[in-house]
Write a protein that binds this ligand. Structure first.
Ligand SMILES: [Zn+2]
Length: 293
């Protein structure tokens, strides 16, 4: 039997911050050398790549170690990340290449950003949209996404941020990332757990942090913390050679306090968790409730 142990008060003992998107040091000698496939032909670096997807609000952090081919491949994963954020990505008002559009096929409405704010187009009255003077209440369903693609979009951020010397033991991770149809299909493997918390106020600019294990806890060596829009996420980097000796039947997952606690009240711990293993298209039902006063 597999057991997952979440620890809520050990994170700082187990992990040390090794990379921060606000303070990233890029190696200038690696200009136009693809980190993911080894491409180094300058003609294959025509498109503008980003360390953190544009859709999460990142304009500034461009990336010179991702070739056009890999950029194109990863855009599929990022497209699903956009869908996973659902209606909340519209409400957050974050502009990527352009503003996203949300289509809810179950509740017959669309939502998108315009100059004046968020526009809702309802094609049929279903009770999913409730706007009064005091309260906004929305029930929505995401469009279909592949959970494993979202995991890949996140892992790609972590691999872009990691110092180069850490990549040697992540060859299998890169191989897995490079293959949109990889055949690694264990059901609900704990390394694919995604921890999520929703915040009250959205972030306009994303923040990505990579941490490394510094003690002998039975925990994955690398973990990514990612904040964007209304969301805070934490996940672990799979297929690391250094993690081959872990006992996956009782994996310990220390959770980052910045993800699982409200930033107003650090005592209250709450989070959602999802297995992001499957390639099967999935949907989520989403609720958004806010008092307007
Ligand atoms: Zn490449």
């Amino acid at each position: 039997m597999t057991e997952v142990i979440y620890e809520v008060d050990t994170f700082d003992k187990v992990y040390k911050l090794i990379s921060n998107s606000l303070d990233i040091q890029l190696d200038k000698y690696d200009f136009q050398l693809c980190r993911f496939c080894g491409e180094k032909n300058p003609n294959k670096f025509k498109s503008v790549a980003h360390i953190i997807p544009e859709l999460t609000g990142n304009k500034e952090l461009k990336y010179f170690n991702e070739c056009d081919n890999c950029n194109n491949k990863f855009s599929k994963y990022e497209n699903d990340l956009q869908l996973f954020g659902g209606i909340k990505n519209i409400l957050a008002g974050i502009k990527g290449k352009k503003y996203p559009k949300h289509k809810d096929y179950k509740h017959y409405f669309q939502a998108y950003n315009s100059k004046g704010g968020v526009i809702f187009k309802s094609l049929k009255e279903t009770g999913a949209l409730n706007f009064s003077d005091e309260k906004i209440s929305i029930k929505s369903e995401t469009q279909k996404f592949k959970p494993r693609y979202i995991q890949k979009a996140f892992v790609k951020i972590a691999l872009s941020l990691l110092p180069k010397n850490e990549l040697k033991k992540l060859t299998k991770t890169i191989e897995w990332l490079n293959n949109p149809n990889d055949d690694f299909t264990p059901s609900n493997h704990p390394i694919f757990l995604l921890i999520e918390r929703e915040n009250n106020i959205p972030l306009r600019k994303p923040l990505a942090l990579v941490y490394k294990r510094i003690n002998d806890s039975n925990s994955p060596e690398f973990t990514l913390v990612f904040h964007y829009s209304f969301f805070s996420y934490q996940l672990f980097i799979p297929f690391n050679e250094n993690d081959e000796n872990l006992d996956y039947s009782k994996l310990i997952l220390p959770l980052n306090p910045g993800v699982i606690t409200d930033n107003k009240n650090f005592k209250e711990v709450a989070f959602n968790h999802y297995y992001m293993t499957t390639l099967k298209k999935s949907r989520l039902t989403d609720y958004f409730d806010r008092l307007t006063k």
